[in-house]
Design a protein around this ligand. Structure first.
Ligand code: ATP
Length: 606
């Protein structure tokens, strides 16, 4: 298949933000794609080569990418750098460098999807010493035979900058329409995607074997399932209202969500983002091997503990487990336990269709038989409640035990992979004093540190995600809550993402001394949300000419590297939080007013 139809479709997609138009373009492209290439084309339009859980990345440094452009457009490195500075986008820079060289008709052979994919694959799989040079040569070889437009997308893809603004559900719609003629079939595809996390394979199955084969897709060991997520609520009453007459309440532990896949002779662990994290927790894998079953998929929260006291330790302790070397030592110094809260598969059978209550019983039974003796494998504490007051009591005990709050779950609910609904709700402790929730925001800029912080960053500019435009809009500048260790760590991490000007996907009215690629997500808490003329999050949503900003923000100590930037708190969520805060304030003012009147009338009667 020629690469050209992809380039043309990508071009059209970049010009529209209408979901209908995006879907139409995708449908046309998918119809044109031979069935045996459907998986590859599906990955390419998502800017990947494989499903995320494979963890395969191109790994080409920006400098090498610029060198590849220079070599294939016969320009000097400084010329290419100047073009890049002017354009601010690697793809646009490649096109301009190639265009002015007249590289539009001289290429020798048609670029094909097979060749592009195969070369990308080689780039991604080249590792070890000298790999950057090899990667560079591979990219340059593609550019040499490309038109400037093709080169533009090749470079965008290689550098992870291909942003077509298509969400997974748009691809699912397009697949349903292209291969079944009926958008309603998307549900079937979505179910298959939710249990396999692999859109390419679902697409290929549909194109080659039809809808019935997609319907038959089952949970498979070692393929992560998209996690069920929770909605947030602010009070125990609200949580109870969302349930039937009863609610299962569990501790909400402050650790890392892990999906355990236990096979007959090995265990794999996946993060909330479905990345393989088996290497971080060999001790958890070992404990999982001791389960009295042949195969199982379970979910739980890994938490750092003080083995002497049994006390849970802060989330940051888990960071010590994210290392390639010295994991044995880290296991010794930073012990963890896993608190299981769900079972999705057991000995050849999916269990997601069982109601929560039955899954919980099955979980208890399965863990009881483990040889681990409950040292590492624990089940998350739980009670069943019928009154909000019981939730409040359990919440108090959760907080006393070092938890973030509680999760309230509908006892009759099945496990809804990939869904965020009110079947699970989260109630965090912060709501009493500050904003109802923490926010996960992306670092997009910084000011240099002064005084004690010279040589580090003094304040970080943070942004929320606007999924409609696929842009990060600034919402606050944060300078408190950092320890010296954080400051050092941030400096080292952020240095890798420094860019020479504000990133094209960042929108802010603030001027900064340093700009970053929007990559790192951190968690902050704040006292309230206010209107702001210089922050762009939710601009005009509440008041013309004003965005929303956080007041007195503080870093909580959590770097959310389990979240991708697009998983950050959205600008719409901030609007909701703002409205909720107004409501709480006005209710508080009202009750104060009533109290005052009551007092006045009592005094009058006296
Ligand atoms: P979300 O996952 O809802 O987008 P998030 O990643 O910020 O947001 P939280 O708001 O912290 O997560 O709440 C959900 C997370 O809580 C789960 O993904 C899981 O890691 C954690 N968690 C802790 N205890 C439990 C529990 N008992 N049941 C389910 N999740 C739990």
């Amino acid at each position: 298949m020629d690469f050209q139809p992809l380039v043309e479709t990508f071009g059209k997609m970049e010009e529209t933000s209408s979901r209908l138009a995006l879907t139409d373009h995708l449908v046309a492209l998918l119809k044109e794609t031979p069935a045996d290439l459907i998986d590859k084309v599906t990955y390419l339009i998502q800017g990947k080569l494989y499903p995320d859980y494979e963890g395969i990345e191109m790994g080409l440094a920006e400098r090498m990418a610029l060198r590849a452009i220079a070599s294939s457009s016969s320009r000097s490195m400084s010329e290419v750098e100047a073009i890049y500075r002017k354009k601010g986008d690697i793809g646009d820079a490649a096109r301009e460098a190639m265009e002015s060289k007249g590289q539009s008709t001289l290429f020798s052979e048609q670029m094909t999807v097979e060749r592009v994919y195969c070369t990308f694959d080689k780039i991604a799989k080249t590792t070890g010493p000298g790999s950057q040079e090899t990667k560079l040569r591979l990219v340059a070889s593609l550019l040499n035979d490309s038109t400037p437009d093709e080169g533009r997308y090749i470079m965008k893809f290689v550098m992870g900058a291909l942003r077509l603004g298509i969400a997974d559900y748009t691809v699912l719609d397009a697949l349903a329409i292209a291969f079944t003629g009926d958008k309603a079939n998307r549900k079937v595809l979505e179910n298959a995607y939710n249990v396999s996390s692999d859109l390419g394979t679902v697409a290929k199955l549909l194109a080659t074997k039809g809808l019935a084969a997609v319907k038959a897709v089952q949970i498979t060991l070692f393929k992560p399932i998209r996690p069920m997520l929770a909605e947030r609520v602010s009070t125990a009453e609200e949580a109870m209202e969302r349930m039937d007459s009863r609610a299962a309440i569990e501790y909400k532990l402050d650790g890392e969500r892990v999906q355990i896949h236990k096979g007959r002779d090995r265990v794999e662990l996946f993060s909330r983002r479905l990345e393989k994290i088996t290497d971080h927790y060999p001790d958890v894998s070992k404990a999982a091997m001791s389960l009295a079953c042949k195969e199982a998929i379970m979910e739980g929260e890994v938490v750092a503990v003080n083995l002497q006291t049994g006390e849970y330790l802060p989330f940051q302790q888990l960071m010590h487990r994210r290392r390639k070397h010295g994991i044995e030592e880290a296991m010794e110094n930073y012990p963890v336990v896993i608190n299981l809260f769900d079972i999705l598969y057991l000995d050849g059978k999916s269990r997601t269709e069982l109601p929560y209550e039955e899954r919980r019983k099955l979980l208890e039974k399965t863990v009881k038989g483990a040889k681990d003796n409950g040292i590492m494998l624990k089940i998350v504490p739980q009670v069943v409640a019928t009154e909000p007051a019981e939730i409040d009591r359990f919440m108090a005990s959760a907080i006393e035990n070092g938890c973030e709050g509680v999760m309230v779950k509908m006892p009759s609910s099945t496990y809804r992979a990939g869904a965020r609904e009110y079947l699970w709700v989260k109630l965090k402790r912060e709501y009493r004093t500050e904003l109802a929730d923490t926010l996960d925001l992306v670092i997009v800029g910084a000011l240099h540190g002064r005084g004690r912080r010279v040589g580090k960053y003094g304040a970080l500019l943070l942004a929320a995600y606007d999924p409609k435009e696929d842009i990060f809009r600034s919402v606050t500048k944060v300078g408190t809550g950092f320890t010296d260790i954080h400051l050092d760590q941030f400096y080292r991490e952020l240095e890798k993402h420094v860019i020479h000007q504000k990133h094209a996907r960042v929108d802010t009215g603030m001027s900064m001394e340093v700009w970053f690629e929007p990559v790192i997500v951190i968690e902050v808490i704040a006292s309230e949300i206010t209107l702001s003329p210089s922050h762009m999050a939710a601009m005009d949503a509440i008041k013309e000419g004003y965005g929303l900003a956080l007041r007195f923000p503080k870093f909580t100590g959590k770097i959310r590297d389990d979240k991708e930037p697009e998983g950050a708190t959205t600008t719409d969520e901030i609007v909701t939080m703002y409205r909720r805060q107004l409501k709480i304030h006005s209710e508080a003012a009202k009750s104060k007013e009533q109290e005052k009147k009551k007092k006045e009338s009592e005094e009058g009667e006296e």
